[in-house]
Write a protein that binds this ligand. Structure first.
Ligand code: B16
Ligand code: MG
Length: 211
């Protein structure tokens, strides 16, 4: 049975990966760290702290300095979020959210991002969500299952009755650990372990999933 859909944000509802990339690149250039789009691909769906660790590639920094770098990157990212508007919703996702609302299927967000709420607001989607789980909701981020279990708890639905939509390998891993079925968005090398897989959001077929 499906009683709730639990959505990842970046790569599923909107593509903030490009804005994350620009913000990390600016910070890395200022600091002389090696960073490019290929390294950025490894940051998909992982937390801010884990992202910095990947960029540092084993280089050790004090906690104070690491926090300063993450805060600086986040300030660049937050400034870029001002450009977001409903036109940045990924193809097919607003109609999918409306369809789920019409069918009385609960809709929750489960994002690693601490900026998830303002992003959903800027996209004009706040009213379509019954609950929002974000980077503030839990301390262990994906691939731990915590944010998905938190979102399911918020809408009062058992994990086995939830379907997750995810674009990241770590996110699909987390959903499986939570005991949820999962729709993977992207290539099989990344999300081939999902229950269903579609190349991109526009291809997501609800009737196929609910059949
Ligand atoms: P923030 P998701 C993730 O969002 C991004 O994919 C990842 O690149 C980012 O590092 C993470 O959020 C934390 O974001 O710095 O805004 O707290 O895919 O889980 O919606
Ligand atoms: Mg994602």
């Amino acid at each position: 049975m499906c009683k709730a859909f639990v959505f990842d944000l970046d790569g599923v509802i909107t593509d903030t990966a490009e804005l994350h990339y620009q913000a990390w690149q600016r910070m890395a250039d200022e600091e002389g760290f090696v960073f490019d789009r290929e390294i950025n691909e490894q940051l998909r769906g992982v937390s801010r702290q884990a992202s910095l660790n990947i960029i540092l590639a084993g280089h050790k920094l004090s906690e104070t300095r690491a926090n300063e770098l993450m805060e600086r990157k986040n300030s660049y990212y937050v400034a870029l979020l001002n450009t977001l508007s409903p036109k940045d919703i990924l193809p097919g996702m607003e109609s999918l959210l409306l369809e789920l609302n019409a069918r009385n299927i609960k809709v929750a967000l489960a994002s690693a991002s601490k900026n998830a709420r303002p992003i959903i607001h800027r996209l004009g989607l706040t009213a379509l969500f019954d609950a929002i789980g974000d980077g503030w909701s839990v301390s262990r981020s994906k691939p731990a299952p915590d944010v998905f279990l938190h979102a399911a708890g918020q809408v009062g639905v058992n994990a086995s009755d939830c379907i997750v939509v995810e674009d990241a390998q770590a996110g699909v891993d987390a959903a499986i650990l939570a005991g949820m079925r999962v729709v993977g968005i992207g290539p099989s090398e990344r999300v081939g372990h999902a229950t269903w897989r579609f190349d991109h959001t526009a291809a997501l077929d609800l009737s196929n999933i609910l059949a």
